[in-house]
Design a protein around this ligand. Structure first.
Ligand SMILES: [Fe+2]
Length: 338
């Protein structure tokens, strides 16, 4: 498929002009002003011709060949990003018009592609507000689509996105579905907790991308990863319309992991931060984050089965919330029954 161009100089000049985009963003391209490139064996190789519109087959082929990223010229990149933003606005404003599964899945894919752009520009207010409004609309829509929630989860799970992009949405869809199933929460609370869960990892944008692929993290980097919940809080405070209690929940969304570490090491677990909220809501946000993370593979570990991950969750929450833990098991059995 690729047309090989063997000029050393040519490749070095290209490097200055090309911008990475996600393969899925090619669906948003119109007529390309320059070719689309892949980076293969140290050189850029054109895979889609200048002047054409990327076809579904070309995009599928790239995904099948395990390419997550392609490279385009800045002018094409700008147009693609703008088309993506417009498509996201359009779909999340009209989710209930037409086929709900098709619309919901498309909305979630576009939201995820756009999240990648926010990770690259976390201080961009326009991008952040677009993410907020789109995920807010999506949350409301998902509450209305009770019977399709597990289908949406599965559709997003099948996409070839990087785990830092799917983890927030998967954990939030699962959380929303559970909160609704318990009948303990108003729709407004469910919406706010969905948003809290979705935005909790935005601080990952402060961590250089290549570190996510490392099998072993040096000590300094481990601290950087451990601080991502603080980064999330700092990035979001005063910029999105979420109440302080939800922002605090974001700041402490890894408290269960800390509790777990303390249990393992035999230390007593004390909470040092006075802003810390310990309650069912924060426990559930953390629990669904952990379940989704554990049941998916990472570069540094294999995935666990749902059963294995529930063994861990049991140690974290069953003493404080025995009823909710039971409800969680029957909910998950139902959610993943197919
Ligand atoms: Fe996190």
């Amino acid at each position: 498929m690729p047309l090989n161009i063997n000029s050393y100089n040519y490749h070095h000049r290209l490097q200055l002009k090309l911008k990475p985009i996600m393969v899925g963003e090619l669906h948003l391209a119109r007529k390309l002003s320059h070719p689309v490139y892949i980076f293969h064996d140290g050189i850029f190789m054109p895979v889609i011709e200048q002047g054409s519109i990327p076809t579904k087959d070309q995009i599928t082929q790239l995904i099948k060949s395990s390419y997550r990223e392609v490279f385009v010229y800045g002018t094409d990149e700008e147009e693609i990003k703008e088309n993506l933003e417009n498509a996201l606005i359009k779909i999340t404003r009209s989710l209930s018009i037409g086929d709900p599964i098709e619309n919901g899945t498309k909305g979630m894919k576009l939201l995820t592609l756009n999240l990648n752009n926010l990770y690259q520009n976390p201080h961009n207010d326009k991008l952040l507000m677009l993410q907020f409004q789109s995920s807010q609309n999506l949350g409301k829509f998902l509450i209305d689509q009770k019977k399709h929630q597990s289908q949406f989860y599965s559709n997003i799970n099948q996409e070839n996105f990087h785990y830092t992009l799917t983890q927030p949405l998967l954990s939030s869809v699962l959380l929303l579905s559970f909160l609704q199933a318990t009948h303990l929460f108003h729709d407004k609370e469910i919406q706010n907790l969905f948003l809290t869960s979705y935005f909790k990892d935005i601080g990952l944008s402060m961590i250089p991308h290549h570190k996510y692929e490392l099998k072993n993290l040096p000590e300094n980097d481990r601290d950087l990863f451990a601080n991502h919940s603080d980064f999330s809080f700092d990035l979001l405070e005063g910029r999105i319309p979420l109440a302080k209690n939800y922002l605090n929940l974001i700041k402490h969304h890894h408290f269960l992991n800390d509790k777990m570490k303390a249990i393992i090491s035999g230390e007593s677990h004390s909470l040092s931060d006075p802003d810390m909220i310990l309650g069912l809501e924060s426990t559930l946000v953390a629990v669904f984050d952990i379940i989704v993370a554990m049941t998916h593979e990472r570069p540094y570990r294999r995935s666990l089965s749902l059963y294995q991950s529930l063994e861990v969750i049991k140690k974290m929450m069953a003493d404080d919330y025995p009823q909710e833990f039971k409800a969680l098991i029957s909910f998950l059995r139902q959610f993943f029954k197919n």
